[in-house]
Design a protein. Structure first.
Ligand SMILES: [Zn+2]
Length: 96
């Protein structure tokens, strides 16, 4: 489940636990943002990615220009340490 919840969204069971994910995903949808916003250098890409574990995840795409992106392309997670306390998972295209 994402976002994390204390109970299953299907059956309301509280028998839930953390599970490691593969770090892989495919590009489900994206937009190119041109609006200036503090902390972001435009244009930048906001995306929804679909993981093989069945979770859709809203994230940023890095390591590629927007015109290189195609729906369904394979992605891998990268972790961006934006401060001492916060690490943001982002995704970049897998070569090949
Ligand atoms: Zn359930």
């Amino acid at each position: 489940m994402w976002p994390v919840r204390a109970r299953c969204v299907e059956c309301f069971s509280s028998d839930v636990e953390w599970e490691a994910a593969s770090g892989r995903a495919e590009l489900y949808s994206f937009v190119v943002v041109h609006q200036p916003y503090p902390g972001f250098e435009e244009p930048y890409v906001l995306a929804t990615v679909q993981t093989p574990e069945g979770v859709r995840f809203n994230t940023s795409i890095v390591g590629a220009d927007a015109d290189e992106l195609t729906i369904g392309m394979q992605l891998a997670v990268v972790f961006d340490p934006v401060s001492d306390d916060v690490v943001v998972p982002k995704f970049q295209p897998v070569p090949g």
